[in-house]
Design a protein around this ligand. Structure first.
Ligand code: RUQ
Ligand code: CUA
Length: 665
């Protein structure tokens, strides 16, 4: 058992003592000393706090942490975390400070509890994410970003990217459902996404591994000439709550392996910053005796931060200065470079995070193979670009700004600084991967870290309460650790990741909770004040959640029917405790069947599910929701259909039959 300091001096020690005394009146045993003694060494109901601490081998610091994170039954958390579900392709929703998992939102990957991807209308959303002729049903989700108004989270939408298949999804926080997936037509992978501009005009998605724009076949020997990076500015239509693909556009970027991105805010509103890590343009070739990309891309001392003036780029796009590639308007480098819309500046060795400070005045970059956080001064960058004071040009004609002249400063952080988040007091917190610490430093005076907190183990991303807004809250921070080693019960060689909640309210950072992430490697996450998110409780009866409107095929009680038109069969069905109407459907083998089902329930949390056995059909019917399921009755036989969500005492009876009569031979 690890030892911890017993210096608490806080409310806890007082509480422990006070409750030992005052507990006499409140405790069910009325504080009988004998009862308490009985409790020692066990967790009996009558144990005193000290007995419990002894029995569970808890220090005062542990008790303090427990008091800070315990949520009594029925009480709600103060913040939501929207965490990337990594390779699960879905979003994890977590409460803070309890670190309880609240929901998994089906996004890129079918999620069967929500009936997401099993024959309902959500399938059409998933189809939007197909690439070429491939139906893609998994994702490597990296960076969730909440919609913003004036640089503050507004609690309305969440955007996420899929690194593996270059896609972006839109989740509506009114019902926590995925409403749209857009597939990047230019790039094969992305990473710098999904970052939003301060009023969510755009959702930015930048590519990761360079490829010819549009992904045509081009041999690797033509990498420098034909391979490219790209940044897509997906136009978000707030009225519709959807990305408007027709109004979206992209920038051609050099093939430097763009990594992370961030949008400017306040002073730097209208700009975006993208870093990169392969200025060497290494492509591997290990079988031919060439260096692997990992060493090939780590030769130069400098990589490039890309500086994009997106407001000006937008003007050029609107003026028709683009080339259309794979249906997307692209601003090419021969326009963006000379116009000062795209410029470069050096970044120390293999940078990773790229995080604009809350005041928008600086951009902080961590170097994976450098020990510094580098702080760029936006005002200086803007000035240098305006005066065209480039030190040199890259092979694509892009101006390179003089590194030293763009800096506010550099801070010696430690081994492997990655990402940086901020509090409300001018502090920055940088995740330091190799050293496995959170380093706290001041981005106002660039001194060495004032404090380092050990985390378990090898922190990747870091997130803070309202941390990416113009007004971070401080209060909480989460270390998103890539390894958990000895932290949890062993579960085989694939270990959970470890979220560690850090309390920022005291003088020193304090680790107060561990949470195993059971379903993937979350990359980034964001934390929003819970009262900003206002989800609905029930749908207006007959609502199709994917259009947000009453479905034309919605069904009212008493109007249920089965309509046959040639080989097309439409079933208009309702669901209410505890029956489906109709509960018998008979079709012919080969018929095209559509079941339109409306839940007639109006009370909160009264969900039904609907499945047809062996037909891979499964939808969730929240109160008022309408779903349409279309499929071919291609398997003759007798198939029970039933409600999959325990809804009433007669839930098991919420059942019926789907019969498919074999074709006459
Ligand atoms: S990544 S651990 Cu955001 Cu994809 Cu940095
Ligand atoms: Cu309806 Cu169970």
């Amino acid at each position: 058992m690890r030892k911890r300091t017993l210096v608490v001096g806080s409310a806890v020690a007082a509480l422990v003592i006070a409750s030992a005394i005052a507990g006499c009146e409140n405790s069910p045993t009325n504080g009988k000393v004998e009862d308490k003694k009985q409790g020692s060494g066990t967790l009996g109901a009558s144990a005193s706090l000290q007995d419990l601490m002894k029995a569970r081998n808890l220090s005062e610091a542990d008790v303090e942490a427990a008091l800070k994170t315990y949520m009594p039954t029925g009480k709600h958390d103060e913040y939501y975390i929207f965490a990337s579900g990594g390779q699960s392709g879905n979003v994890n929703v977590i409460g803070v400070p309890s670190m309880r998992m609240l929901k998994v939102i089906g996004v890129f990957t079918p999620e069967s509890w929500q009936g997401w991807g099993f024959g309902g209308d959500g399938d059409k959303v998933l189809e939007g994410g197909n690439q070429g002729n491939h139906k893609i049903r998994w994702a490597d989700m990296h960076h969730p970003n909440l919609s913003e108004t004036k640089g503050d989270y507004d609690g309305k939408y969440l955007f996420v990217n899929d690194k593996a298949n270059a896609r972006v999804a839109v989740i509506d926080l009114a019902d926590f459902m995925t409403k749209q997936i857009v597939a990047n037509p230019l790039a094969a992978s992305d990473h710098g996404g999904a970052f939003v501009t301060p009023d969510t005009d755009y959702v930015i998605e930048t590519s990761q591994y360079p490829a010819p724009l549009g992904r045509d076949y081009v041999p690797l020997s033509e990498y420098k000439e034909k391979y490219r990076g790209t940044a897509i500015f997906w136009k978000f239509d707030r009225q519709k709550g959807r990305i408007d693909v027709s109004k979206s556009w992209a920038l051609e970027l050099p093939p430097y392996t763009q990594d992370l991105a961030d949008a400017g805010k306040l002073d730097s509103d209208g700009w975006a910053f993208v870093n990169s890590w392969n200025s060497e343009m290494a492509t591997g070739g290990t079988l031919q005796g060439k260096p692997a990309i990992e060493s090939g891309s780590s030769q130069n001392d400098m990589d490039y931060l890309h500086i994009i003036n997106w407001k000006k780029a937008e003007e050029l796009v609107n003026a028709g200065k683009t080339k259309t590639i794979a249906g997307m308007r692209v601003l090419m480098m021969d326009v963006s470079g000379p116009e000062g819309v795209l410029a470069l500046v050096g970044q120390p060795k293999s940078p990773h995070g790229c995080d604009v400070t809350p005041d928008g005045k600086a951009i902080v970059v961590g170097g994976k193979l450098d020990t510094h956080a580098t702080i760029y001064d936006f005002a200086k960058i803007k000035q240098l670009i305006a005066e065209k004071k480039y030190e040199s040009k890259d092979p694509y004609g892009l101006g390179i700004l003089p590194f030293k002249e763009t800096l506010q400063g550099q801070v010696e952080i430690g081994l492997g600084p990655l990402h940086t988040v901020y509090d409300d007091k001018g502090n920055a917190f940088t995740s330091v991967f190799i050293e496995s610490v959170v380093a706290k430093w001041s981005y106002k005076d660039f001194k060495k870290p004032v404090e380092k907190l050990k985390v378990q183990y090898n922190i990747g991303h870091i997130l803070a309460a309202e941390g990416d807004t113009v007004s971070p809250d401080g209060k909480y921070l989460v270390a998103m650790n890539k390894m958990s080693m000895d932290r949890f019960l062993p579960v085989g060689p694939l270990y959970p990741q470890n979220f560690q909640l850090v309390d920022l309210t005291g003088e020193k950072m304090r680790l107060i909770a561990d949470m195993p992430l059971p379903n993937a490697e979350p990359h980034y996450s964001q934390m929003i004040k819970a009262d900003k998110v206002k989800p609905i409780k029930v749908y207006k009866p007959g609502t199709n959640p994917f259009t947000g409107e009453l479905d034309p095929a919605r069904v009212e009680g008493g109007k249920e029917k089965i309509v046959r038109n040639g080989t097309k069969v439409d079933v208009y069905m309702t669901a209410i405790r505890s029956h489906f109407t109709p509960d018998q459907i008979e079709v012919e083998e080969g018929d095209d069947v559509t079941i339109h089902v409306t839940s007639l329930e109006t009370s909160e949390d009264m969900t039904h599910g609907f499945t047809i056995d062996l037909y891979n059909i499964n939808v969730s019917l929240e109160p008022g929701k309408h779903e349409n399921m279309s499929f071919k009755a291609d398997m003759p036989g007798t198939f029970p259909m039933y409600c999959t969500e325990f809804c009433s005492a007669l839930h098991l009876e919420m059942q019926g039959y789907f019969l498919v009569k074999p074709k006459r031979k």
